[in-house]
Design a protein around this ligand. Structure first.
Ligand code: ATP
Ligand code: MG
Length: 337
């Protein structure tokens, strides 16, 4: 949390008290803290002595006119001498007397939260949902194959949320600025800055396309392109001590993502490939992309179509043909196991 706030030039103190994390910051910081993996919820709160709660409420709630309210008190430890029920009744009676508002314990428009920790009252009126998951960088490192599309930034986010750290690998076809913006968004969910490695796609892939052309196997271009990206990711994973590769593949979404092709692609590398979107529909992925802010970047980015894309692509590639292609690459010095 401290690192996330520092990225936005907010210096803070964070204390752990009885299963709560208390962060001393202006309330605007809640939207930054909300994105820290492991945070289930954030309640912007005011701290005061219990005796001052009525005065605070009469000032803070002045001018409001909710149709109903309730007080939800909790003692986080038992240091305070009144029970939660006593606090509910006492503060509830004060609000009724002062404002004349109706009590609704089931479905109130305004909930006044009061948590008592070590004799101090924390008063809050809203609880923002946090991103959930596990604390950042607690699960080891993965290499994310990152494109400027909708899917792979979401795949990266889902793994960050589960506490993985990422190195992003991008094969550039003129979108590197967009990818940098994607990484910047993903950094909000990572306590360590995500390293971005950019490789010129044209330069690295051209020799293979020439060889596929010579073999009259141009329809294999997209499968081989993915395999070469994965192989490069594997090499980088070894350099960076990463334990696997993440992609934004979703079953059947495009030609390269049939089970047959995913099988071929997986068989070409020796590291686990994690595909957190594999069972998701596009609208589910789009919803997450909108929530985290990568969808907007995708929409605003310029599109360049891939110059290597053949007119027809293999959707059910056979492993025997793939082996022959790889043998040909080997004989041209283009492939190392
Ligand atoms: P996305 O929506 O994630 O951009 P896509 O729907 O265009 O991908 P594919 O081109 O089949 O589908 O890509 C599948 C996965 O391959 C992507 O999710 C990403 O992990 C990886 N990938 C695709 N293009 C690149 C690239 N230029 N650099 C790095 N990884 C890429
Ligand atoms: Mg996709």
């Amino acid at each position: 949390m401290k690192k996330a706030l520092e990225r936005h030039n907010i210096h803070s103190q964070v204390h752990t008290i009885h299963g709560r994390l208390l962060v001393n910051t202006p309330h605007e910081a809640a939207d930054i803290i909300r994105k820290v993996p492991g945070v289930v919820s954030v309640s912007p709160a005011w701290r005061m002595d219990y005796e001052n709660v009525p005065r605070f409420l009469s000032e803070h709630l002045a001018g409001m006119n909710p149709s109903s309210f309730k007080v939800e008190a909790r003692r986080i430890n038992k240091a305070f001498h009144k029970t939660s029920q006593q606090i509910n009744e006492e503060i509830g009676a004060f609000v009724v007397q002062n404002f004349g508002w109706k009590v609704d314990l089931e479905n109130p428009e305004l909930a006044i939260g009061i948590e008592m920790i070590d004799n101090e009252a924390y008063v809050f009126f809203e609880t923002k949902k946090g991103v959930g998951g596990l604390p950042s960088t607690t699960q080891g490192k993965l290499v994310l194959l990152l494109s400027p599309g909708i899917d792979s930034p979401v795949a990266g986010f889902l793994m960050l949320r589960r506490g993985a750290s990422l190195v992003a690998l991008h094969f550039d076809q003129g979108h590197s600025e967009t990818v940098k913006q994607m990484v910047n968004v993903l950094n909000d969910y990572s306590s360590e800055p995500i390293e971005l490695i950019v490789i010129d796609h044209h330069e690295s892939f051209s020799p293979y396309v020439i060889e596929l052309e010579r073999m009259r196997k141009r329809e294999w271009t997209c499968v081989l392109c993915k395999i070469l990206m994965l192989k490069k990711a594997e090499q980088i994973a070894r350099q960076k001590s990463a334990l696997g590769i993440v992609t934004g593949d979703s079953l059947g979404q495009v030609a390269s993502q049939t089970l047959e092709n995913l099988f071929l692609e997986s068989s070409a590398v020796n590291l686990p490939i994690y595909r957190p979107l594999i069972g998701m529909d596009k609208d589910e992925t789009v919803k997450i992309a909108k929530d985290i802010g990568t969808f907007d970047i995708f929409l605003k980015a310029a599109r360049h179509s891939c110059p290597f894309r053949p007119s027809s692509v293999v959707t059910r590639g056979s492993i025997h043909v793939l082996r022959r292609i790889i043998d040909a690459f080997k004989s041209q010095g283009l492939w190392q196991d």
